[in-house]
Design a binder for this molecule. Structure first.
Ligand SMILES: Nc1ncnc2c1ncn2[C@@H]1O[C@H](COP(=O)(O)OP(=O)(O)O)[C@@H](O)[C@H]1O
Ligand SMILES: [Mg+2]
Length: 301
């Protein structure tokens, strides 16, 4: 259904002093209600409301008791990635215990909350990610797929895909040789790391390796170095952060905002908001690759 067929806007509605009717005269309506977002995306109002809460998007105001959202705040829900291929990201580092599996899980949750269809790959023979999903009650089917959410499914290699994914996240084992197949099939790589002496040493080697092998996979994008488990008041970590910063400048890779140590991460019970900025970055890169970055005309359903 074309957007022009949507219900006429109540001329008396104002949100934050702006007339909704006036805003609606522009080609892109500035404010949207959950039913309007539902019509544009084909999702139910309930799903939309839940996603908006999960994504931490607050309404700008209410008119006639109906919450109104700024269109620019909900574009993640409105624009699916239109690409035949998913954007593939390997989460890799040549060291264990750096937060690879944790990052894979929470990043996936954040991407799913942003409306993306996400496939997880567990290429670590220890199967930590698979175990975590099993422990959290993911539904297992005859192909060994684990459905954690409707849009978030772990798929073993060789099993059919449950849907056409927007993003594929590949959790990798700590030994670099074993992680290589995962990195080689990815468009981008995220390097989670602990802010400590060994973490910095391992990062240097990892970046050196990626630089030395750049010719093998020139299109591989380093999404970023993702510091994890930062204790903001720990002085020693400030020193290591400086070294990480210098390394990232020297190797010309982005350094992402650190993720702090948080007790609720340990139980895998949180929703994963600490990984929200990383999810946004992955989404931006995926959109750029899919060529969906250009402003769109009014969506058709
Ligand atoms: N931000 C965080 N706060 C608290 N614990 C964390 C955080 N990130 C990771 N962890 C914990 O660190 C440990 C190692 O993380 P994991 O993701 O398994 O590392 P890897 O996959 O690199 O071996 C896990 O016990 C995980 O719960
Ligand atoms: Mg792991």
């Amino acid at each position: 259904m074309a957007a022009s067929a949507r219900a006429p806007v109540d001329a008396s509605r104002t949100v934050q002093g702006v007339s909704v009717a006036a805003a609606s005269r522009s080609p892109l309506t500035e404010f949207l209600t959950p039913p309007e977002i539902a019509r544009l995306t084909g999702l139910s109002v309930r799903t939309i409301s839940r996603r908006l809460v999960q994504a931490g998007v607050a309404p700008v105001g209410r008119a006639h008791r109906v919450p109104h959202y700024r269109r620019s705040d909900v574009t993640d829900l409105l624009i699916p990635l239109r690409s035949a291929q998913p954007y593939r990201v390997a989460i890799a580092h040549r060291k264990g215990g750096q937060g690879k599996t944790t990052t894979t899980f929470y990043l996936a949750r954040e991407l799913a909350a942003k409306g993306q269809k996400v496939v997880l790959r567990d290429t670590d023979s220890q199967q930590s990610l698979t175990d975590i999903l099993d422990g959290l009650g993911a539904r297992r089917d005859e192909f060994g797929r684990r459905a954690f959410l409707k849009r978030l499914v772990l798929v073993p290699d060789g099993a059919p895909l449950p849907f056409r994914p927007d993003v594929e996240l590949i959790d990798t084992p700590p030994a670099l040789d074993d992680a290589l197949p995962g990195i080689r099939r990815a468009d981008g790589v995220i390097i989670p790391m602990l802010i400590e002496y060994q973490g910095v040493m391992a990062l240097r080697w990892m970046l050196e390796y990626l630089r030395a092998t750049r010719d093998l996979q020139p299109s591989l994008c380093v999404v970023g170095v993702q510091p994890t488990r930062l204790f903001p008041r720990r002085q020693i970590q400030a020193r290591f952060m400086k070294e990480v910063q210098e390394l990232c400048v020297a190797y010309e890779v982005p350094l992402l905002n650190p993720i702090v140590e948080d007790a609720s991460v340990l139980s895998f019970a949180m929703r994963g908001h600490l990984w929200r900025p990383l999810a946004q970055r992955v989404l931006d890169l995926a959109r750029a690759q899919a060529g969906a970055g250009a402003p769109e005309a009014e969506d058709a359903e």
